[in-house]
Write a protein that binds this ligand. Structure first.
Ligand code: RB5
Length: 145
């Protein structure tokens, strides 16, 4: 199960991605927010990321104006490896090498076509493991220092 959440600067982008996930038959939980609502991006990041860490959802897509604020917030939560992406190479390698569990994008940065392509790459790419597992383990150690 995938989770998706956004602040007020990425409502249109969220709707486009939800439509794309529906077309692909991918099950997802929409954490909001809708047109006319407002939320501070750290609050949305916390809500969604707690469910990733708690196992309610497997991975998440988080959106704000730049993708940056919400990714900084997400990465404060133990167990979250969030990547702010606006290119397919990063979206691919953050799965292959970092085992990223959250993809962040900016509603004021990427258009819906590119965003949906990045979502596909993020969801369809697996973690490579091997030497990368050791490095991901070191990220986890950093969280505990
Ligand atoms: C909200 O206006 C905006 O600051 C937020 O969406 C985001 O861009 C922060 O990083």
């Amino acid at each position: 199960m995938i989770g998706i959440g956004n602040d007020h600067a990425a409502i249109e982008l969220k709707l486009a991605i939800c439509e794309h996930l529906r077309e692909r038959g991918i099950e997802f939980t929409d954490y909001g927010i809708a047109q006319g609502e407002k939320i501070d991006y750290p609050d949305m990041a916390e809500k969604v990321c707690r469910d990733v860490v708690g196992g309610k959802i497997d991975r998440a897509i988080l959106l704000c104006g730049t993708g940056v604020g919400i990714s900084i917030s997400a990465n404060k939560i133990k167990g979250i490896r969030a990547c702010c992406c606006s290119d397919a190479f990063s979206a691919k390698y953050t799965r292959l090498h970092n085992d990223a569990n959250v993809l962040c994008m900016g509603g004021r940065v990427v258009g819906p076509g590119l965003a949906c392509e990045l979502v596909d790459v993020f969801l369809d790419t697996g973690f490579e493991g091997g030497r990368h597992q050791r490095r991901v383990d070191k990220i986890t150690e950093l969280e505990n220092k």
